[in-house]
Design a protein. Structure first.
Length: 274
């Protein structure tokens, strides 16, 4: 599933293609949305923005297309009406005279009026957005120490978009590692210093991932590993997807665990359960 950084990167690319331009044609695959095609075709796209793992395409007439990629959805930007050769099902298309923004395989698509955004079941409950420049370390620390979240296990908490918006599975493992916190702990089990480290790691790694298109490892170390001939899959992460490989800090083999069907990776030496 794409995480916050990947959705924001996609939103940037889509905005470049369609924002500020008239959507000459809007297509919906789902019958219950087809009556909006005439409402949106011929309207100017105002903005395209990521909301955690969701996308919001806003139009000048006060309508918005909400979409969530879930596990299999993917956005593509192509020249106008240049459809790719794919077995995926086209769910949404926004065309103008130059470009087409195409959403494949996603099933969570809605059309909302401006006044409906604040009460939408997903959008209205999002926590602080880690990719919003105004979100501070102090705000994130407050989330970790809030009574609503304080006693929840970190492994589930870090995937909850109502806690912090924009994190996902690979970021969960990376944040816990950089903060040197064992996956079994809750905020209630952590020291004030550990919570501060978790907050800084959540902000910094999510933003770095956006800026580098998915790299969460130390960038100086990444440069060294690239010079040594390692591939992107080798140098991209600190621990995620590196089970059995040596920790870049201490050399201990990285461990893989599975929780509720989601992969988790950690270093048993750097992240001791104390």
């Amino acid at each position: 599933m794409p995480e916050g950084p990947e959705i924001k990167i996609a939103a940037d690319e889509i905005a470049t293609a369609i924002a500020g331009r008239v959507a000459s044609e809007v297509f919906f695959a789902f019958d219950h949305l087809k009556h909006y095609q005439d409402t949106l075709s011929g309207q100017t796209v105002s903005t395209v923005e990521a909301r955690a793992k969701a996308m919001l395409v806003s139009f000048a007439n006060g309508y918005n297309i909400y979409s969530h990629n879930q596990l299999y959805g993917i956005w593509l930007v192509r020249d106008a009406y240049d459809y790719p050769d794919t077995n995926r099902q086209l769910r949404l298309a926004i065309h103008n005279s130059h470009k087409s923004a195409l959403l494949y395989s996603a099933s969570d698509i809605e059309v909302l009026r401006d006044y409906e955004l604040d009460t939408h079941p997903f959008l209205s409950k999002l926590g602080p957005n880690l990719l919003d420049d105004t979100t501070t370390v102090e705000q994130v620390i407050e989330r970790f120490t809030h009574k609503r979240f304080y006693r929840r296990r970190l492994t589930s908490l870090l995937l909850d978009q109502q806690f912090l918006a924009g994190m996902g599975n690979y970021l969960r493992s990376e944040v816990l590692f950089v903060a040197r916190v064992h996956p079994s702990l809750r905020p209630a089990d952590c020291t004030a210093q550990q919570i501060a480290e978790l907050a800084r790691a959540a902000l910094n790694l999510t933003r770095q991932s956006y800026q580098t298109r998915g790299i969460t490892n130390d960038l100086e170390l990444v440069g060294q590993l690239k010079q040594a001939g390692l591939t992107r899959s080798d140098y991209r992460f600190w621990v995620f997807n590196r089970d059995g490989e040596p920790c870049y800090n201490c050399g201990t083999q990285i461990i893989k665990d599975t929780l509720s069907g989601r992969r988790l990776y950690f270093c048993p030496t750097c992240q001791q359960n104390m």
